[in-house]
Design a protein around this ligand. Structure first.
Ligand SMILES: *[C@@H]1O[C@H](CO)[C@@H](O)[C@H](O)[C@H]1NC(C)=O
Ligand SMILES: *[C@@H]1O[C@H](CO)[C@@H](O)[C@H](O)[C@H]1NC(C)=O
Length: 382
């Protein structure tokens, strides 16, 4: 009896010690690759560190497809997204999530430092958070197909940023995206989300996301994998929003765009007319982008309850800011110049009892084309 006990303990103790040690080492090595040597560091008010990294030595250039990539410092186009004037509604505040009152030195870019804890927890997040085909993931959105024989080269929108209550194992996001089609062989998205496993907090963060195989092996959020080239010295991926919207109160809005550069074919990501950086063209298979969309997504553990989406409210008919919204939604074609067209617009959700979207077209004239999305979540089923 005693011998058996000692034997069991030996097995347990040895394996129990060995496995974490090996994993520890792997994690440490991975961190060394991810976290470049900073030229300057900011300790944010939120407790995390932002490093200023040599722009030519940023994580993107670890990607095998980008070894010979020529850095593009500025897009060859100018975007000033002019939103329609808003006279009859309360003026909202611009969302901020970058380095406050400062910038990284010239020649460097801000990169949120990855900690050991976040690296461990974000590994589980990646595999279970994304996309329709995974149990526990839900969506409510508006998307547009492309006109026949043309492809999208830009998508725009202004979203109200919220902080909903999200538990560990769940996430809730607003997303604006451009993609080849439902199989998401080419997909670029951006927005805001609450994702405790990615950030070790329950705050709202700015994110970008991409894939070239519908999240099977390629692509990720932010800099979980290399790919995104950062050019802004102020706004960085994964930045935490300083303020978020209050239901029936002040609105915090983020103006976003994803636009393809006509010279380099790189995909530039901006907020408030500030270019944050781009996804190099060489990351993506050469195929047309035939859908653009705006809406919300949630994820939960399989069989578990789903978190609120958007502001946690369902869309309303008569008030544009009742639920979380996208206003001034626009897109740009390669060849033609048109506005959203009813016959090409789809309003979809997979669990209408929990969340849905509502498309307003131009019901609120001063907001341009607009939509609301969201809902309380709960036991939505898989
Ligand atoms: C502006 O906001 C205030 C308080 O948040 C609200 O009472 C008022 O109705 C709003 N005005 C409009 C035009 O939405
Ligand atoms: C956030 O909100 C607080 C309170 O309304 C305000 O004092 C502060 O200036 C805001 N900060 C930013 C960066 O918008």
């Amino acid at each position: 009896m005693n011998i058996l006990f000692i034997f069991l303990c030996l097995v347990a103790c040895i394996t129990g010690m060995k496995i974490p040690l090996k994993e520890d080492l792997e994690i440490e090595n991975e961190l060394k690759v991810i976290n470049k040597v900073p030229i300057k560091s900011f300790h944010t008010e939120f407790g995390y560190i932002v490093d200023c990294i040599d722009i030519n030595n940023q994580p993107a250039f670890d990607h095998p497809l980008l070894i010979n990539h020529k850095l593009q410092k500025n897009p060859s186009f100018r975007t000033t997204i002019t939103n329609n004037r808003r006279n009859s509604v309360n003026i909202s505040t611009k969302a901020t999530f970058g380095i406050q009152k400062d910038k990284c030195p010239i020649g460097t870019v801000p990169i949120k430092r990855t900690t050991k804890d976040s690296l461990i927890s974000e590994k589980s997040y990646f595999t279970n958070s994304l996309f329709d085909h995974i149990h526990g993931n839900h969506y409510a959105e508006v998307y547009s197909d492309a006109e026949r024989s043309d492809s999208f080269v830009g998508v725009y929108g202004t979203s109200s940023v919220y902080n909903v209550n999200v538990q560990n194992g769940q996430s809730s996001s607003a997303v604006m995206y451009i993609r080849n089609g439902p199989d998401s062989t080419n997909y670029i998205g951006m927005g805001w989300h609450v994702a405790p496993e990615l950030y070790n907090d329950s705050a709202t963060h700015f994110y970008v996301v991409w894939t070239t195989d519908n999240f099977k092996n390629k692509g990720c959020f932010n800099l979980q994998c290399s790919g995104f080239v950062q050019t802004s010295r102020k706004n960085y991926l994964g930045g935490r929003f300083v303020n978020t919207s209050v239901i029936d109160g002040r609105m915090i809005e983020m103006k976003m765009s994803i636009v393809q550069d006509h010279d380099t074919k790189n995909w530039w990501v901006s907020n408030e007319n500030e270019m944050i950086g781009y996804f190099p063209a060489s990351l993506f298979p050469d195929m047309p982008f035939l859908q653009v969309g705006w809406g919300g997504r949630t994820s939960s553990t399989q069989g578990g309850p789903s978190p609120p989406m958007g502001s946690g409210r369902f869309p309303a008919d008569d008030k544009y800011d009742h639920a979380s919204y996208f206003i001034n939604i626009k897109f740009q074609y390669k060849n033609t110049n048109t506005s959203p067209e009813d016959s090409l617009i789809h309003v979809v959700s997979d669990k209408p009892n929990c969340y849905y979207a509502k498309y307003f077209e131009k019901n609120f004239a001063e907001l341009g084309y607009a939509l609301q999305f969201g809902g309380p979540g709960g036991n939505c089923g898989d």
